[in-house]
Design a protein around this ligand. Structure first.
Ligand code: CUK
Ligand code: CUA
Length: 659
């Protein structure tokens, strides 16, 4: 995307002197006005810079992010909301927050979790029959076609309660949550194969598979990891659990994962830590888990041939655990589906280069980024060149023969992203820096300080086969002194970086006050074409089909049926029809509400006081709400979006007559 880079250079070299020249001409007037108010209108650029203590680099940074009113951003950043459980959509380069998307956690503004459809969705995500209203979201993954983001879907994971959700980018809404009871926690999730055949979810903390009980002292024999290949049906926009399968793994802590692409398509690479198989017990005479897991110099990069594994599944060589077809560890070994390559001490990130040829691993307790060569790994496997086996019989390849080399990065390298010029960008946690290095000769090029404790970083189209080489966002865990204090719980800090050129430049700090976003993906904005209204009116936002209870204007009614009172309502500026609803104490009430508007942004909300009910009715959307009117009384109902001059009048009464 050289045009973008040209713009930046132009902005830096041309616009600034131009602006300064303009201010010189209008200087005296500006000075007069500026005297009146510190930063007020009419101040000249030079004076503003002086008054605000900005230097030329600051102004260049500002010009690279500033996005005038009405102008759209060039990229969407989809950031996980961490333990907030919901997604955050941010425009880049402005870093303006565009939307939160309810996923694992109720999102009241969107009525997410307060009406029938979205309640049903949250219930889909139940585990062991328990409905969960929060999640620990780590890694959003955009759907891909031939290794490029295609702008259709987004997948996200829940580390705490192993689940995967599907978000439709037609309307930026969650449409499905799947939960397997095979595993008890996860982390290497979600990652997609290059055509989104599969969405990968890998366990983190080993446990007996399928929710069985076994004491932790039986760790080596009874505890296991597993990686799930969720089958995605693109045409239906749904994960198909019946067509999904998994592979049993040794009881190490499997960590991040990445799918091969181009030459390495058909493979998945998963990091692991705790090949020591420590399980804690610091009150029981064992070392604490943190020291137990860091004894070995090497852990194992798991190399999985998923295309071959798929054939093994098709041949029926699986066992069923918790309803999921699972390739047993012995089968995976016997069929040559799983190999290990040693990787330096406590690795974290594993990232496949855009050409698919190399796999970059960051070792938390190692100072290098290690670059594994897929070609070498493949040749070693083909020649059965193994240095040994792990206790479960998994063949181990020789480390030195499997790598192309290492780049000295600094203290605590974690995750790596790529640009279009052969550079890699690795987050360096302990040093709080981004390291830029050359993939060709594995030489460090530049380092830039971040604030503070950078975790992931994300580059524009950075996980695709053709990254854009534009913006970079550092996702920092600690903010410390960056923002006005807000008490002990601080926001996270996203820092926008211009990665182009010999020196990276810090452009902007954006506080993120919703959970801890671990990872994000950044997609070119013109790849996403969301609907503006639901058409035809009466659409169920989950199924994207007309809801069976959709209501047409003029057909509003109240019907008493054996299962309760059905109220067929419409919403249109500025009234609900009907606006008086009478029920008897104890009645089950089914509200069916269609927003029959077809004008952009004509959203209504609906609530009935004291019933914990709220739905968002975007233009054309239909919502169903079921509740029991158990307390007699008079409950005002009203529209919760300031939709028109008569918004306050968009109200009515819900009357519950005593028995
Ligand atoms: S992450 Cu999940 S612990 Cu580095 Cu991908 Cu933050
Ligand atoms: Cu409709 Cu306010």
């Amino acid at each position: 995307m050289t045009s973008g880079r040209k713009w930046w250079r132009w902005a830096a070299s041309a616009l600034l002197p131009l602006a300064l020249a303009c201010t010189r001409e209008t200087g005296p007037e500006g000075a007069a006005t500026a005297g009146a108010s510190a930063l007020g209108g009419g101040s000249s650029l030079a004076e503003l810079m002086q008054k605000r203590g900005l230097n030329e680099a600051d102004v260049v940074a500002a010009l690279k992010t500033y996005t005038p009113s009405g102008k759209h951003d060039e990229y969407y950043l989809f950031a996980s909301g961490g333990h907030g459980g919901n997604l955050i959509v941010i425009g880049v380069p402005s870093m303006r927050i565009l939307k939160y998307i309810g996923v694992f956690t109720p999102e009241p503004w969107q009525g997410y979790g307060y009406g029938d459809q979205t309640m049903e969705l949250l219930k889909q995500g139940s585990r062991d029959g328990k409905m969960l209203t929060w999640g620990d979201m780590h890694h959003p993954a955009l759907s891909e076609s031939a290794g490029e983001y295609d702008g259709q879907y987004l997948f996200v994971n829940d580390k705490a309660n192993p689940r995967v959700a599907v978000v439709s980018l037609r309307d930026f809404a969650t449409t499905q949550i799947v939960a397997s009871e095979l595993i008890e926690s996860e982390h290497g999730s979600t990652f997609v194969t290059p055509d989104t055949d599969y969405v990968i979810e890998t366990s983190q903390y080993p446990a007996p598979l399928g929710g069985r009980y076994a004491d932790v002292t039986k760790f080596n024999d009874e505890y296991r990891g597993a990686t799930i290949f969720w089958k995605f049906d693109r045409a239906r926009g749904r994960i198909v659990p019946e067509e999904s399968w998994a592979m049993e793994l040794p009881p190490y802590m499997q960590d991040l994962a990445d799918a091969g692409k181009l030459v390495s398509d058909g493979y998945v690479f998963i990091n692991s830590i705790n090949t020591e198989r420590a399980y804690g017990g610091n009150l029981e005479g064992n070392p604490p888990l943190e020291s137990g897991v860091s004894q070995n110099d090497m852990d194992y990069l798991h190399v999985i041939n998923w295309k071959k594994a798929e054939q093994v599944v098709k041949a029926g060589r699986t066992k069923v655990i918790a309803g999921m077809r699972v390739i047993a560890l012995e089968t995976a070994v016997a069929e040559g589906l799983l190999h290990f390559v040693p990787e330096p001490k406590s690795p974290h990130g594993v990232d496949v280069t855009p050409d698919g040829k190399d796999i970059v691993v960051g070792g938390k307790l190692d100072t290098h980024a290690t670059v594994f060569s897929f070609e070498k790994i493949k040749a070693l496997i083909a020649a059965n060149t193994f240095v040994g086996k792990d206790p479960y019989g998994v063949p181990i390849l020789p480390f030195q023969e499997a790598i192309r080399g290492q780049c000295e990065i600094g203290l605590g390298p974690l995750h790596t992203q790529f640009d279009n010029e052969g550079f890699a960008y690795t987050s360096v946690f302990i040093e709080s820096k981004v390291a830029k290095w050359s993939l060709k000769d594995l030489k460090l090029v530049d380092k830039l300080s971040t604030h503070y404790n950078i975790g992931h970083l994300v580059a524009a189209e950075g996980d695709t086969v053709s990254p854009d080489g534009r913006f970079l966002v550092a996702m920092n865990k600690w903010a410390i002194d960056r923002f006005a204090p807000v008490g002990p719980l601080l926001p996270q800090n996203f820092q926008l970086i211009d990665p182009v050129g010999p020196k990276m430049q810090m452009l902007y700090d954006a506080p993120i006050p919703l959970g801890e976003p671990h990872y994000a993906q950044m997609i070119k904005a013109d790849k996403i074409k969301p609907v503006e209204i639901y058409k035809p009116a009466g659409m169920n936002a989950l199924t994207h089909e007309k809801d069976p209870f959709a209501v047409e204007g003029g057909k509003e009614r109240i019907e008493r049926k054996p299962d309760g009172v059905h109220v067929y309502m419409t919403a249109v500026r500025s009234h609900f029809t009907p606006d008086i609803i009478r029920v008897k104490q104890g009645d089950t009430v089914h509200l069916h509400i269609t927003n029959i508007e077809q004008a952009k942004d004509a959203t209504h909300g609906f609530t009935v006081g004291s019933q914990n009910i709220h739905v968002s009715l975007e233009p054309g959307k239909h919502a169903n709400v079921t509740f029991v009117a158990d307390k007699p009384g008079v409950y005002p109902m009203y529209c919760t979006e300031f939709c028109s001059a008569l918004h306050l009048e968009m109200a009515g009464y819900f009357l519950v007559e005593p028995k």
